[in-house]
Design a protein around this ligand. Structure first.
Ligand code: DAV
Length: 381
């Protein structure tokens, strides 16, 4: 299914570990704690943003995050990796469609959430937050350029969702807030049903783990059954495996279950797979699942919706080299023992802007072709 690359090839990446040559790194400029909307709830009285309030992340936080992002870019460029950056919009503006009005946007720090690179294709995900509906515009200058320069680049966008009130379960967050983690796992994760209804297909790109011919998609607060089904029809030459993990409030697979190299997966030590077929598929094909280290920080940073498990949110530069947040000593030691060259990257100040080293990037080009790493499949999975 793969053709040999021509000199004009700009876009190509089949997995998370082949040698990285070209990548997009996000920006923290103007990011917002988004205005209230049905998809997500921000209730942070301890940080000055109680339920119903919204506003920009403080400028000094954005400056610090941009310093760390720029430093990360230099590390990548010094290794010969080409880096592109998005064009931020005024994220404080009110946006609307014929169906709704949303009083703020979000930001453009985590391109991984939005852009799914599979081979010569970059697919713009549907997303499910109204505050993120227009975020693709930040990446359009880059995608337009790739389209001009690379005749084989397949530029795709999943159907833009309507995101009317029918897309969300009414009163969900109130119900969610009253439940313990165990109750959330019993009532939501085991039923694969959170805030999103099945009214329309929805997925975030960051719910997809790319393992060559096999793509693992997490069902979560951002990705419904329709989203998985849409991806399955869109990538008929791939095998799409749906997965859920032991996590009551799942957002994105990349702090949960990540491939490090062929045959090796780093798994969140708490968010173990609830999907038995996933474990069996790995076992049959000699993929080892290693639990990650305990995160260095017990708490998430101020104004961050991401968890301390960003310790796992790493970027592979090739099958032997991995970028890890520089405070995560235990994680670095574990990866060192597994035989990796570990590049420490200070990145904790970026977390409140939407994630870690994997979230803040989106693949443009990795060497390599589409391989089958799971030749022994499970019927019906
Ligand atoms: O586990 O806190 C991190 C990934 C966000 N893109 C978490 C989610």
């Amino acid at each position: 299914m793969t053709s040999p690359d021509k000199p004009s090839t700009v876009v190509c990446s089949w997995n998370e570990w082949d040698p990285l040559r070209h990548v997009i790194v996000g920006r923290a400029d103007g990011a917002m704690i988004q205005a209230p909307e049905p998809a997500v709830q921000r209730d942070w009285p301890q940080w000055g943003y109680p339920l119903g309030t919204y506003g920009p992340l403080p400028q000094e936080m954005a400056d610090k995050a941009n310093e760390q992002l720029d430093n990360f870019v230099r590390i990548l460029e010094n290794r010969g990796i080409r880096v592109d950056r998005p064009t931020p919009l005024d994220f404080s503006q009110t946006v609307q469609t014929p169906d709704w009005v949303q009083k703020s946007m979000f930001g453009c720090m985590p391109p991984r959430d939005l852009l799914l690179t599979v081979g010569h294709q970059i697919l713009e995900a549907t997303m499910c937050y109204r505050s993120r509906w227009f975020e693709y515009l930040c990446y359009r200058p880059l995608l337009e350029r790739y389209f001009q320069d690379d005749p084989d680049f397949r530029w795709e966008a999943a159907p833009k969702p309507r995101l009317t009130d029918r897309t969300y379960r009414d009163g969900f967050w109130q119900e969610f807030g009253a439940k313990s983690e165990e109750e959330r796992i019993r009532d939501y994760s085991l039923n694969k049903q959170w805030v999103l209804t099945e009214h329309e297909p929805l997925f975030d790109a960051a719910e997809v783990g790319r393992f060559g011919r096999d793509l693992f998609v997490q069902r979560s607060t951002t990705t419904n059954a329709g989203g998985v089904s849409w991806l399955r029809r869109h990538f008929p030459d791939h095998r799409i495996h749906e997965a859920v993990f032991y996590e009551g409030d799942p957002v994105h697979i990349d702090a949960t279950f990540i491939p490090l190299r062929p045959g090796l997966i780093l798994n969140n030590r708490k968010r173990v797979p609830l999907t038995a077929e996933l474990v069996e598929l790995c076992r049959r094909n000699d993929w080892e699942i290693v639990p990650c280290a305990v995160p260095a920080r017990p708490e998430k940073p101020r104004l961050s919706f991401c968890s301390p498990w960003l310790t796992m949110n790493t970027l592979m530069l090739d099958p032997k080299t991995i970028c890890v947040e520089s405070g995560e000593t235990a994680q670095m030691e574990l990866l060192d023992k597994l035989g990796f060259e570990v590049i420490p990257v200070p990145f904790w100040d970026v977390a409140p802007f939407g994630g870690g080293l994997h979230c803040s990037t989106a693949d443009v080009y990795r060497e390599g072709t589409c391989e089958d790493y799971f030749p022994k499949q499970i019927a019906g999975y």
